[in-house]
Design a protein around this ligand. Structure first.
Ligand SMILES: C[S@@+](CC[C@H](N)C(=O)[O-])C[C@H]1O[C@@H](n2cnc3c(N)ncnc32)[C@H](O)[C@@H]1O
Length: 249
């Protein structure tokens, strides 16, 4: 069961944090990380960066190693402890709290929220608050960047509510959609060292156009939307997007 931190349920407690890097190994390779860091370092342009949901530092640590001062917010003390224990971790200032509401001192050239983490906010109100919070941290001309999947509703035939995303001899994963509430729950089951593990996380899926409206409510305007960090065009077949909203100068 998740514990509650700052009034919000923490789904990234000790047992998840202990194997987060291993279970996200594909997302931790230089091929996955370097293009993200290239884009964010370019947007930082010599200024500071703020990561919402900084986790174990998958992006923050290599970004800091490029010379960008990085701060972060995360709900999970266990994830933040993993970051602090890594080389360079002492240079990254992490505040424990809810990134929809927690304020960090100073202003930033770029704030970013990657790896589908906007969906961890399970209400529209919380997602709107997150945009307002990100915008409040930005300098004029600063950018807010989100990387998130496009809701996979095209994979749901009439009457179906489930989309599988992992299936192997030792791992099973599926997403359960409720289109009446725009909620989605991810269920993960796996066998490791002869033991079964089960984990369920609630998400709120959100469309690109809805994110643009949240950005407008927060005083931000869409600057770029790509399919990926290499800047390839976002199309009707794109399964995810990287979007950049800008605060007026
Ligand atoms: C999928 S992980 C991503 C971590 C990191 N950004 C990365 O790319 O590897 C999501 C992270 O967001 C944090 N998180 C989820 N909801 C949060 C919230 N409301 N406020 C602060 N952190 C939150 C979790 O604790 C976790 O560390």
């Amino acid at each position: 069961m998740p514990v509650t931190v700052a009034g919000v349920e923490d789904y990234f407690g000790e047992s998840v944090a202990a194997r987060y890097d291993e279970s996200s190994a594909e997302m931790c390779t230089p091929e996955a990380v370097n293009p993200v860091v290239d884009v964010l370092a370019g947007l930082a342009g010599g200024g500071r960066a703020l990561e919402l949901g900084i986790g174990t530092g998958r992006i923050a640590l290599p970004l800091a190693a490029r010379g960008v001062p990085v701060c972060g917010i995360d709900l999970s003390p266990a994830m933040a402890a993993r970051l602090r224990a890594k080389p360079g971790g002492e240079a990254v200032d992490v505040t424990i709290g809810d990134f929809a509401t927690t304020r960090v001192a100073g202003s930033f050239s770029v704030a970013y929220l990657v790896y589908n983490t906007i969906g961890n906010l399970t209400s529209q109100d919380a997602q709107v608050a997150c945009f307002r919070n990100a915008a409040a941290h930005l300098k004029p001309g600063g950018c807010f960047v989100i990387e998130v999947g496009v809701p996979q509703l095209r994979k749901l035939p009439p009457g179906q509510t489930v989309v599988p995303f992992a299936l192997s001899a030792t791992q099973w994963g599926f997403d359960l959609y409720d289109v009446s509430t725009q909620s989605m729950s991810s269920y993960h089951a796996r066998v490791a060292d002869g033991r079964g593990e089960f984990r369920a996380i609630p998400f709120r899926y959100v469309w690109p156009a809805e994110l643009d409206l949240m950005a407008r409510l927060a005083g931000l305007r869409l600057r770029s939307r790509w399919e990926n960090w290499a800047g390839e065009p976002f199309t009707h077949e794109s399964a995810q997007h990287v979007s950049v909203w800008e605060k007026a100068s």
